[in-house]
Design a protein around this ligand. Structure first.
Ligand code: GTP
Length: 355
């Protein structure tokens, strides 16, 4: 599809996922055994969109070091670095010179949307839209800005969070732009596409449409969503050409998992990691080189690279930073985060942010 370029915004700090994002930018965090970005790029490739531009800022060098020119994934990758973060709209504007076609797909680098990209692009063209936003329906829209549409699919407003939302449709973080519209975004200063560009286009009478997508959608921006999303990928509930054989768990090369350990609910065990006998790892992500000792229980949690979880420790809904040590029998529950290299001594400490 030579008339369509893709831009993936990957420049954010990923503060909600700290401390994992202290060592790697969010789109590079391993999900189902590969950097999250791999799932997005392979989906684009399979839809025939092979010129992909990454708008980078935070830890910009890491992306090119890993992906190079993109040829291993069957795409042509370009990188455009913001020396000062320009926000989502500024990030799109900043890559304008690299765009070749008259249609641009824009993806948030932390959202996975199962929308059929060919159908989305065809609808955008048929409507002769300036911008088409993919919208998803959520059960509780109060925590999100809402995007109502009229019966023809035209966006009627961009509404802030409200205790009484008028629709359950929210922005899914994947857009199609008419190429020329990107030039109208102010250059050289931070711009939010959600708060400034979209409302501005609507106010100016531009043809802004919504494409409501009823399939898979998740924002991988919080620890709970990151873990759940990684498990969705392993289990085959989330669409990705980069997951060859969905299953109950994914064990990467070099990992040692004792026959008497249990790995369930989409758990990934990273390269050279160790899970000892009697350990139970459910719905979790164990990064490369981490160790889960005998009898430990790890549920809905992330164990950072090289971290060590002691015997009979219990972790639920927590994030353990890289190389941290959680001692034997320690209980960590409900949203606790252990910083990289921290050491929690053996003992029956119980720590929960829920009180
Ligand atoms: P939090 O700090 O946890 O909110 O995460 P974030 O920094 O990733 O912000 P957010 O989730 O709102 O960003 C949505 C997408 O836009 C992510 O893929 C970010 O990488 C990307 N993004 C956010 N800010 C910028 C920016 O200034 N420049 C570029 N190029 N991308 C950005």
């Amino acid at each position: 599809m030579t008339d369509t370029d893709a831009v993936i915004l990957v420049g954010g700090l990923g503060t909600r996922l700290r401390p994992l994002t202290l060592s790697a930018p969010k789109p590079m965090l391993p999900t189902a055994g590969v950097p999250f970005l791999t799932h997005l790029v392979t989906r684009l490739r399979d839809a025939g969109v092979t010129h992909v531009v990454l708008g980078t800022s935070y830890r910009a060098e890491v992306f090119e070091e890993y992906f190079g020119d993109g040829s291993e994934l069957g795409v042509e990758l370009e990188y455009v670095v913001e020396t000062e973060a320009l926000g989502t709209g500024g990030g799109i504007r900043n890559v304008a010179d690299t765009l070749r076609g008259d249609t641009t797909l824009v993806l948030n680098g932390d959202n996975l949307v199962g929308v059929d990209l060919a159908v989305l692009l065809a609808e955008h063209r048929e409507r002769d839209a300036d911008v088409t936003l993919t919208l998803t329906r959520v059960e509780d829209p109060r925590a999100f800005g809402c995007v109502p549409t009229d019966p023809d699919g035209r966006v009627t407003a961009f509404l802030e969070k409200s205790p009484e939302p008028v629709t359950d449709q929210i922005n899914a973080g994947l857009y199609v732009f008419r190429r020329s519209v990107i030039d109208t975004i102010p250059a050289g200063r931070p711009v939010s596409v959600e708060r400034e560009t979209f409302p501005g286009l609507l106010a100016a009478g531009a043809a802004v449409y919504g494409h409501v997508h009823g399939g898979y959608w998740r924002d991988f921006g919080t620890p709970a969503d990151f873990v759940a999303g990684s498990c969705d990928l392993v289990l085959g509930r989330a669409p990705s050409p980069a997951v060859a054989a969905p299953g109950e768990s994914l064990v990467l090369p070099g990992a040692q998992v004792d026959a008497a350990a249990s790995l369930t609910l989409g758990t990934t065990v990273g390269r050279d990691a160790v899970v000892a006998g009697g350990a139970e790892v459910a719905g979790s992500v164990v990064f490369d080189g981490a160790v889960v000792a005998a009898g430990a229980v790890v549920r809905r949690s992330v164990v950072g690279a090289g971290a060590r979880i002691g015997a009979d420790a219990v972790l639920e809904d927590v994030v353990v930073g890289d190389r941290a040590t959680v001692g034997a029998r320690v209980e960590l529950l409900g949203g606790a985060r252990v910083w990289p290299d921290a050491v929690l001594a053996d003992g029956s400490i119980r720590f929960s942010t829920d009180g």
